[in-house]
Design a protein around this ligand. Structure first.
Ligand SMILES: Cc1ncc(COP(=O)(O)O)c(C=O)c1O
Length: 327
């Protein structure tokens, strides 16, 4: 849902029999809206959400994941006689940038393990049954061993809790972006998970790949607006900026950029590819070697299928980029 909530993408995912992890009432509604594609299971995993959001999920029959004592202790009636999942913080985060690491003390996600006993006691007192354990440590993880490690850690916590049936290992399956980076080896990931599952076969295993499913399914096309030389630097402006794709500005993410109008021309010039937004951080790609580019040339910005449109905004009151689905 976070990576790409376009209805056509959601339909394709639903038709593949995959469920949806949602973090807001809007995301729950977006899955409801494509229900004709198949009754896909939904899971509600918000963070610091208002109590009304949990009530909304319950009204719609969607199980919720808690990641703090607050909901259980302050709003016990909301969770009494219900089954819930618990997201824990395993004490470390992983991923391609500090801002996408979702574990450890400096991250706002997950129940710290030193509060686990208090959580279990509150749940028992409230007749709330913990049926799942969840951890999501970050995004863009390319180490194949990661998810099996999380499985092992969650399984040993689950044994202590007793009522757990599901282990949700989160997402974060990395997609290579820089030239030369190697793909995540899914067969190796599968083998590792199977090994650790043999040690704890009693649990159902869930994964939440977002970016991995859709990153390469979309590109951003943009037209060159102006070029400008400043000292040693060549600025190449285009009409898509951080309002259309915020990942480079937010996470220093690398998206490959290609001049489609001069696809076969030699890449002779080093450019700073920037957008039209009034921010110095509005850079889509720094130090990119491209053919000599002129106004009107079409640039392709790769891997915009994940966290592209879904994170876009009207900043500077600019229009959203229209999206076109090609089947
Ligand atoms: C709980 C949870 N699961 C899965 C994901 C998906 O991460 P990715 O798109 O990197 O696979 C996220 C992303 O923020 C998340 O917060």
């Amino acid at each position: 849902m976070k990576a790409n909530a376009h209805p056509a993408i959601l339909r394709a995912i639903a038709e593949a029999g995959i469920g949806f992890e949602c973090v807001s009432p809007g995301e729950l509604d977006a899955v409801e809206a494509i229900r004709e594609a198949g009754a896909s299971p939904r899971l509600f995993t918000p963070n610091f959400a208002p109590r009304t959001d949990y009530a909304y999920a319950h009204q719609h029959g969607v199980p919720t994941t808690l990641d703090a004592l607050h909901p259980l202790q302050q709003w016990p009636e909301l969770f009494a006689n219900r089954e819930i999942m618990l997201r824990v913080d395993l004490g470390r985060g992983l991923g391609h940038h500090d801002k996408v690491r979702t574990g450890g003390m400096t991250s706002k996600f997950g129940l710290p393990l030193d509060q686990l006993d208090a959580f279990v006691a509150s749940a028992q007192k409230n007749r709330t049954r913990i049926v799942g354990l969840h951890a999501h440590l970050g995004s863009g993880i390319l180490e194949v061993t990661h998810w099996a490690e999380v499985y092992g850690q969650l399984a040993s916590l689950a044994e202590k809790i007793g009522s757990v049936a599901y282990l949700n290992l989160g997402g974060g399956l990395g997609v290579p972006s820089h030239p030369g980076e190697t793909e995540l080896d899914l067969a190796a990931l599968d083998a590792r998970l199977n090994e650790v599952r043999q040690a704890y076969p009693q649990y159902r295993l869930w994964l939440e790949p977002g970016r991995w499913l859709v990153a390469d399914a979309g590109v951003l096309l943009s037209r060159t607006t102006q070029v400008k030389r400043k000292g040693a630097l060549n600025y190449l402006g285009c009409d898509a900026g951080m309002h259309a794709l915020i990942r480079p500005a937010l996470y220093d993410a690398w998206h490959e950029i290609v001049n489609l109008s001069r696809f076969d021309a030699a890449a002779t010039t080093l450019y700073q590819v920037v957008g039209p937004i009034c921010e110095s951080g509005d850079v889509l790609g720094a130090d990119r070697r491209l053919p000599e580019t002129v106004e009107g040339d079409v640039l392709l910005i790769a891997q915009a299928g994940a966290y592209g449109e879904s994170m876009s905004s009207h900043y500077n009151l600019r229009e959203l980029a229209p999206s076109v689905v090609i089947e």
